[in-house]
Design a protein around this ligand. Structure first.
Ligand code: GDP
Ligand code: MN
Length: 508
């Protein structure tokens, strides 16, 4: 289930004729001040976080002037909800409320139909007033029956005209949900103002993941179940997954700092659901805080594993890299080994990495990983299916202890000197560029040809493509393998420069 921000959900309500307080979203105190100035009246400043009861946690602040809005935004933007910093606040005109109504729509799976809940009073404490909640059955095309709606509004104590206006808004809330294919939509509260207007003061909406692609108007960045608004790094990871459908890649941020009493924050890289869960338990039991959950599985390309590793290593404060998933993957594990080895080389890995590469061709995979990483400052060890997650978690712990609290520097990345040079040989591939040091080709080009999976050849002492450009463009995994193999063979004249759009902005 994908979630909308309050301001996104309110946009949808407005598109369907429901009024909301004037306002806009801000990501800095200055912006909040400017918006408050434009509104030119007392405002309410609210954190944009996916949680109920923001008011109770101090996330809703009422102020009278733009300067106060700025100060309130400063405080709110320094808040955290769970492990996640608040990055946006909504600045809205403060409205004079006469009455509140709780309106909620969800899909009743048993009835296979939408159902609406309506309760006078709205606001907080709705759970304790269960007996005042009216449950309205909905016909898919028509929504709730008007008679039921009006009966539910009886307890509002407002005049007939206002009751009709509220009833009309309830109908429009239904239309909004239907148009957006919402799984749930809650307006709490829908309010009647002193001047009689009916306004949605708050709104929460979720949409089925599989419906999101039909609704670009919703502005949902990640069509996946998450408990927090996507972080910058999660957006980068999601774009990687969308651009490459070979295997699955999933990245979710869990913690930004080590929990008290643990031995440090670690990057986690799993493969396959069940094995990943066991491995996360093992590393947690060994005393570590997991910074992220990552899964690359379903026969991922080497480039996808490479990008996953680079993304994991963009998290500040890591003391180690722990990779362990299903011990019996039927995919060829050496592709993962090449991807990891390339990423670790580029960042010049200084923190220990323990990777379980259990499954097909695990011997070859472990050999590649360990040999390719032998020159790195960090200890990098590969393990196989018979090595239990618990055993390798203990090994990881020993290596991290031996490293003495060293943390990974997210800014470190190296590319060979010949990359980008005018006299280098280069050609584009999907998502990047391959570079070859033409100056040293005469001496060791034959090693490159040998490891090129038949993709490269020598023509008159110069490197050349052995296949059509269109064919080589999709051979990123083979070319990563070539780069790693050549480096191991002492022929370090090949480099595959792969784009990860947006990653540099996260590091900066
Ligand atoms: P929540 O705590 O996360 O549900 O955040 P809401 O946006 O619903 O705000 C909490 C409560 O603050 C609402 O239930 C209202 O009672 C009150 N509130 C929100 N906006 C306004 C406003 O513009 N004027 C007034 N008077 N009260 C408001
Ligand atoms: Mn609310």
């Amino acid at each position: 289930m994908a979630r909308l921000h309050e301001y996104q959900a309110k946009q949808r309500l407005r598109a369907h004729g429901i009024q909301t307080p004037r306002g806009d979203v801000a990501s800095s105190p200055e912006e909040a001040e400017r918006i408050a100035g434009e509104i030119g009246a007392p405002v309410v400043v609210k954190i944009q976080a996916w949680t109920t009861g923001r008011k109770a946690m101090g996330g809703v602040v009422f102020v009278d002037t733009p300067a106060e809005a700025r100060a309130a935004a400063k405080t709110l933007l320094a808040m955290k909800v769970g492990a996640f910093p608040v990055t946006q606040v909504l600045v809205e005109e403060r409205v004079a409320i006469r009455g509140e109504l709780f309106v909620s729509l969800m899909i009743d799976d048993a009835a296979r139909a939408p159902v609406m809940l309506v309760a006078p009073g709205g606001g907080t404490g709705i759970e304790e007033r269960a007996d005042s909640v009216h449950q309205l059955a909905c016909a898919i095309a028509e929504g709730p029956r008007q008679g039921d709606v009006l009966a539910a509004l009886g307890g509002m104590g407002v005049d007939d005209e206002t009751t009709l206006r509220l009833g009309d808004a309830v109908g429009k809330i239904y239309e909004t949900a239907r148009a957006c294919e919402a799984r749930s939509l809650e307006v709490n509260p829908l309010v009647v103002l002193d001047d009689g207007r009916v306004v949605a003061a708050d709104c929460r909406m979720t949409v089925d993941d599989y419906a999101v692609f039909r609704h670009p108007e919703l502005g949902i960045e990640i069509a996946r179940e998450m408990d927090h608004p996507p972080t910058a790094l999660e957006k980068v990871a999601y774009d990687v997954e969308q651009a490459d459908h070979r295997g699955t890649f999933y990245f979710a941020k869990l913690n930004t700092e080590a929990e008290a009493g643990t031995k440090g924050l670690i990057g986690f890289h799993g493969a396959g659901g069940g094995g990943s869960m066991m491995s996360m338990d093992a590393i947690t039991n060994a005393g570590y805080t997991i910074a992220n959950f990552t899964d690359t599985s379903g026969n991922p390309s080497a480039s996808k594993v490479y990008r996953a590793a680079r993304i994991i290593l963009t998290q500040p404060g890591l003391v180690g890299y722990f990779g362990s998933g299903s011990g019996v993957a039927s995919q060829e594990q050496f592709w993962s080994a090449y991807g990891l080895a390339k990423a670790f080389w580029e960042v010049g890995l200084e923190i220990p990495a323990v990777i379980r590469l259990g499954g097909n061709s695990e011997d070859r995979a472990v050999h590649i990983l360990e040999k390719a990483c032998a020159e790195l400052p960090a200890a990098v060890e590969g393990y196989k299916k018979d090595d239990t997650p618990q055993m390798i978690a203990e090994r990881f712990d020993a290596l991290v202890q031996a490293a003495g609290g060293k943390t990974h520097d997210v800014r470190s990345r190296r590319v060979p000197a010949f990359v980008g040079k005018a006299d280098a040989y280069s050609f584009p591939i999907t998502g990047g560029t391959v570079w070859i040091d033409a100056a040293r080709w005469g001496e060791i080009g034959s090693v490159v040809v040998e490891h090129s999976h038949g993709l490269l050849k020598d023509v008159g002492g110069r490197p050349a493509l052995a296949v059509a450009q269109e064919e080589i463009a999709g051979k990123d995994s083979e070319l990563i393998a070539c780069e790693v193999e050549c480096r191991m063979a002492g022929a370090d004249i090949v480099f595959v420069d792969l784009d990860i759009p947006g990653l540099e902005g996260v590091v900066a």
